[in-house]
Design a protein around this ligand. Sequence first.
Ligand code: URA
Length: 238
Amino acid sequence: MERLDKYLASRGTGSRREVQQLIKSGAVTVDGAVCKKPETKLSESSEVLVRGQAVGERFVYLMLNKPAGVVSATEDKRDKTVIDILPDEWKNRGLFPAGRLDKDTEGLLILTNDGDFAHRMLSPKKHVEKQYVAHLDGEVTEEMVKRFRDGIIFADGTRCMPAKLRVADGGDKCTALVGICEGKFHQVKKMFAVCGRKVVHLQRISVGNLYLDSNLPIGSCKSLTNLEISRIFFGNIH
Ligand code: URA
């Protein structure tokens, strides 16, 4: 049982205050009758229309090409967040980043208001591989590839799951492609640090089989289609 104003705000009709005004103006009908009370409780089957039009979907899934310099959070006292840089239409939808990229990391970040989906995407048990392009201060060696494959162990004894490492397609031995299925704090940087390498630039390029759209400018976002969302999970081991 959801309140009418909350229901409309969560589907992108406007901020809570805006939808309250909209409701009081008589623009909203519930099951065919004008309803001017924002606090009205809806049932599962209630049909809500705004000026005769159906309202938007509850869940939103965005691909953001995250720039460096913004934090993967919904609020921050000091830094700009990934929510701050969204166009206004997405600001009141209860979005949060599904996973975190460091402040200086760029690339593919999924923003959603679907908690179950985010949990599924991030759970190491679901084996959703995240791929990164890492520019290093030294070359990738066979020994490093083996250590990544066996599971890197951090200084505090934390063991990482087996990860993929190879020299990126360009053949530059200091540019690596890394695939991991978990999201420990600073994981990629720490895995390379264990091998004596510093990551000088990091970009996430894929989550599952969903790749960063090469036409999406840094700092821009786009709404994902159902097909694109399904690519996140399609082809995973579990
Ligand atoms: N690993 C890191 O070290 N940083 C990121 O932002 C993501 C993965």
